[in-house]
Every structure is written in C-alpha cells, then in structure tokens.
Design a protein around this ligand. Structure first.
Ligand SMILES: [Mg+2]
Length: 266
C-alpha cells in the first residue's frame, strides 16, 4: 500500500480473470466480495466485453455466488451508447459488431447505415462475423467523413471455449488503412470509462480501488484517473509482464481472495 493510500470507499471489479475464469469462480472471490460489502465498501462491476448485457453478467455472477443486480454492472456497450447519444455525430451508424451491440444501438434510436455515404458514425467492436466487406464499408465511410469510435481496445477476449479475436484487431487494421488513430475507444482504459464508473460509485477517484488482471486496461485506466490499483495474478498478467510494464499497481495479489486482508478489512 502506498503511504498516501487511504482505505477505499468503493471497489470496482473487472470480471474475466479477476472474479471468474470461464464458468469457474476464482476461489474465495465470493467471500472476498461479501467481506468488503459487510465492511461498508460499495462494489461495482466493469467489463470491456461488448457481446452480452449487464443482466447476463449479473445473472452469471449471482449464479457463481456473488449476488449482483443488473444496475451494478457497466459494460463497454453501455459506454458506447452513452457516447453516441452525447457526441452528436449523427444518427446513421455502421456497426462492426455482434447482434447485442447492434440491437442496443437500434433501441437507443439510431439507424443502421446501409451505405458508406450515409454513415455518420462507425462503431468498431468484437465481431465473430467480421468480413472484407465490413472493413471496406468502414474505410469508405471514414473517408467520407464518418466519425470513428470503438467499444474497447482489447485484441483478445477470453471465452469459456478459449480466446477469441477482439475489437483491437479491427481497430489496428482500420488505423493502418486510415493512417491515423481512432481516439474514441470507450471501454477501459479510457478517461470516459473512469468518469462513468466513478459517477456510479459516487466517490472521488482517490477513494476508489480498481481490481483487475490487465495492466493495459484495468490498471492503466485506474492509474490515469487517480484511483487506487490492485492487480490480480489470476488472469492474463504474468510476473514478467508486470516487471516489463510502466504501471506498478498499489497492490499485487495472487487473487481477489487476498483483497480483504490487503485492505485490512478481513
Ligand atoms: Mg480481465
């Protein structure tokens, strides 16, 4: 713990690799969350995965032994819809993404663009039906002036069946084609994501603790926003990755089960 660190008022949990792996709860994660809640800490749950609803994640966590309601879960899709509504780039959206994302965009009142010329915004996301045609459509729309944004920067997404290619791969491809970065990438580690989750938990950044297994998303977002950081080694990050990375978290834990002890609330 840093000298300046104070006991957090809120704990923000990443999901994959932090609370569960596939269908298996990380051992002791249920007890850890319960202990923190009993000690009066607010808990909330934040995932970059853009393919399922908060209700599905809440149901999964509850089934695995961590009681959670839909309103406790924030996803990169929630953040993307919020961005589309607030940014005012226009109402014709082309989606590189899956049905859940497309449905949410449609339900929020946007139209799915049928030509690159009418496209106001391109949303890039995880898409298991990605095609040459979608890439070409997005490129042409961008060259026509459509605004480019993305749900999340991850190149790999953990699934029960193994890892799959995520939005970051399409982002990199489009950035290479456009010769410029896509700056509005809305999930972790964006500042917008940090602001939204802090507003949800209702505390200052310095009193919020982000717990996650990824340095480049969970830890980077939290550090940039001034939150406290706890890296768990139960997911994608190994000891060598941690040594090589610029961000050194406030806490490095074998798993989330060690968190109450580390915070002195066991
Ligand atoms: Mg994770």
């Amino acid at each position: 713990m840093n000298d300046e660190s104070v006991r957090p008022a809120a704990v923000i949990f990443d999901l994959d690799g932090t609370l569960y792996l596939g269908e298996h709860l990380i051992a002791g994660a249920d007890v850890a969350v319960e202990t923190l809640r009993k000690a009066g800490l607010v808990t909330t749950f934040l995932t970059n995965k853009p393919i399922d609803s908060p209700a599905i994640y809440a149901e999964k966590l509850s089934r695995l032994g961590i009681p959670v309601t839909e309103s406790d879960v924030l996803t990169s899709v929630t953040l993307t819809i919020d961005f589309l509504q607030r940014s005012g780039h226009g109402d014709h959206v082309f989606v590189i993404g899956e049905d859940y994302l497309t449905d949410q965009i449609r339900q929020a009142g946007f139209r799915i663009a049928s030509t690159p010329q009418e496209t106001d915004v391109v949303v890039v996301s995880l898409d298991r039906t990605m095609s040459y045609e979608k890439m070409r459509f997005a490129l042409e729309a961008a060259r026509n002036g459509a605004h480019m944004c993305a749900t999340n920067p991850d190149v790999i997404c953990p699934m029960d069946s193994g890892e799959i290619v995520d939005a970051g791969a399409w982002i990199a491809g489009l950035e290479a084609l456009l010769k410029r970065p896509i700056t509005d990438v809305l999930g972790k580690p964006s500042a917008r994501c940090a602001e939204t989750v802090l507003a949800r938990v209702g505390c200052e950044a310095s009193r919020a603790l982000m717990v996650g297994d990824r340095l480049e998303t969970d830890m980077t977002m939290a550090r940039n926003a001034g939150m406290q950081t706890a890296l768990v080694m139960s997911g994608v990050t190994g000891v060598a990755d941690l040594k090589a990375h610029g961000v050194q978290p406030d806490y490095v834990l074998g798993s989330v089960a060690e968190l109450p002890d580390a915070l002195g609330v066991a």
